[in-house]
Ligand binder design. Structure first.
Ligand code: SF4
Ligand code: SF4
Length: 201
């Protein structure tokens, strides 16, 4: 089994629902976006259009971040999910240098949302995930997935632009969408083999 996600750029309306629901799910500090949406212009003036590009960790099958990690903190979990063990991470940030997609963040200092409110929910309620001085990232909401739920960004997309499932199962919805709609990986030439596919706008 290999968990993967398909993002339909034709359906995405750029509402940031994925970005916000991810922040709510993981209580990440300001400036940290495991899921984020960037806007790109495609075409040539005057025949241009805005394309919304939702991004997240691609949970690559050949993850350079895992290879770069000197402590084993960056590791591959069930279904190919790439995660960080915060009890082992020493905050060297070699993984951030190695990731070509900018999908990792360093939890450097307290960053409350509103003034001096003390520890953020991320620091108090998320176990070792709230430690400072470590690297943090998307883990495909593996806790939710193992409870039979979709990742938060998938469940909260009002346009149903995101689909999650088993890439290895040819009968899964993700495999079907990739096959029928011509799903592609971003920067496939890097050889990282991302587990996130995009359907054309
Ligand atoms: Fe696009 Fe869905 Fe994210 Fe909204 S929630 S920006 S429609 S992917
Ligand atoms: Fe590994 Fe942590 Fe260093 Fe990243 S910051 S390479 S996860 S020890």
């Amino acid at each position: 089994m290999r968990y993967g996600m398909v993002i339909d750029l034709k359906r995405c309306v750029g509402c940031y629902g994925c970005q916000l629901s991810c922040k709510a799910e993981h209580a990440t500090p300001p400036g940290v976006f495991y899921a984020r949406v960037v806007k790109r212009e495609s075409g040539t003036f005057p025949n241009t259009r805005l394309v919304f590009l939702p991004l997240l960790c691609f949970h690559c099958a050949n993850p350079p971040c895992v290879d770069a990690c000197p402590t084993g903190a960056s590791h591959v979990r069930t279904g190919g999910v790439v995660d960080v063990d915060h009890d082992v991470c020493v905050g060297c940030r070699a993984c951030m240098q190695a990731c070509p997609y900018g999908a990792r963040y360093y939890n450097r200092d307290p960053r409350p949302y509103f003034g001096d409110q003390g520890p953020t929910p991320y620091e108090t309620a998320r176990g070792s995930g709230g430690k400072r001085g470590v690297v943090m990232k998307c883990n495909f909401c593996l806790d939710r997935v193992q409870a039979g739920l979709d990742p938060a960004c998938v469940a909260n997309c009002p346009a149903h632009a995101r689909t999650f499932g088993d890439l290895d199962d040819p009968d899964s919805e993700v495999a079907r969408l990739i096959r029928l709609r011509g799903g592609t990986q971003l920067e496939a030439g890097l050889g990282t083999d991302p587990s996130v596919y995009y359907l054309p706008p």
